[in-house]
Every structure is written in structure tokens, then in C-alpha cells.
Design a protein around this ligand. Structure first.
Ligand SMILES: [Fe+2]
Length: 140
């Protein structure tokens, strides 16, 4: 995937945990909507409506995953790493509130690119690793 391509769901993003995969599909939809608003120059809609909605969903989604981390991977290096990645992402979104009005459009563009690459990388490595751990324990 090239850096500017729109995110699309595909089976290679599957973690094997249905609840997580469905939430990831929802997140991808929301990031795509945010990107579309940015590209159309609808910054107010992106910042005042879509970003708060995405933020709320991210809190819910991270809550789901972190519950699974605590249940299936408590005290492991994975747990520490996984939570740290979620923390970074949350801070990045929160920082958008501090951006001055003249820089908003370019900051929004940077944020969209960050969200896209973070999500893909996080799913491909960290969430898949969690999925594997959960599936291994469910199988026993
Ligand atoms: Fe995660």
C-alpha cells in the first residue's frame, strides 16, 4: 500500500478474533471518512464531528483489546508494548486539540496519514500477535 492510498479492509488484516476484526473494520471506515472530509476541505466537519466520534470509538476499541490483553497476556512483554502503542496513538489524537487554527488543515492531513500508517502497522504486528496468543489459549 502506498502512503496516500485509502485504507481498505482485507483478509490479511484479520487477527482471527472476530470482535477485534469487526471493530478494526469500523475504525477503517471512520478513518476513511475523516480522510474524505480532509481531502474535500471540510476541516470543520472533520475536526468537530468526525474526529471526536473517532476518538470515542478508539477509547471503546482499545478498552476491548486491553481487556483481552489483561485476560490472555497479563504481565508479558506483549502487554507492556501493546498498551504503550495504544497510549502513543491516544496522545497523537489528543494533540490535535492544541493545534492553532492557521495550521489546522495541514495538521489534519498529517494526522490522517499517521492514523492510517499506525493502524496498519499496529494490526499487522501487535494485534495479530495478540490474536495468536488468544487463539493458542482458547485451543487448549
Ligand atoms: Fe491494539
Amino acid at each position: 500500500m502506498t502512503p496516500n492510498a485509502r485504507l481498505t479492509w482485507s483478509s490479511n488484516l484479520e487477527t482471527g478474533i472476530r470482535q477485534i476484526d469487526l471493530q478494526h473494520q469500523e475504525l477503517i471506515e471512520m478513518i476513511n471518512e475523516l480522510e474524505a472530509a480532509y481531502l474535500d476541505g471540510h476541516d470543520d466537519n472533520a475536526l468537530n464531528r468526525l474526529l471526536p466520534r473517532l476518538t470515542t470509538y478508539v477509547v471503546f476499541h482499545f478498552g476491548t483489546e486491553e481487556g483481552m490483553v489483561r485476560k490472555f497476556a497479563a504481565g508479558t512483554p506483549h502487554a507492556e508494548h501493546h498498551l504503550a502503542e495504544h497510549g502513543k496513538f491516544t496522545l497523537k489524537i489528543a494533540a490535535m486539540k492544541e493545534v492553532g487554527s492557521t495550521d489546522k488543515h495541514s495538521a489534519l492531513g498529517d494526522l490522517v496519514e499517521y492514523l492510517k500508517s499506525w493502524l496498519l502497522e499496529h494490526i499487522m504486528k501487535t494485534d495479530k500477535e495478540l490474536g495468536k496468543t488468544i487463539r493458542a489459549q482458547r485451543a487448549t
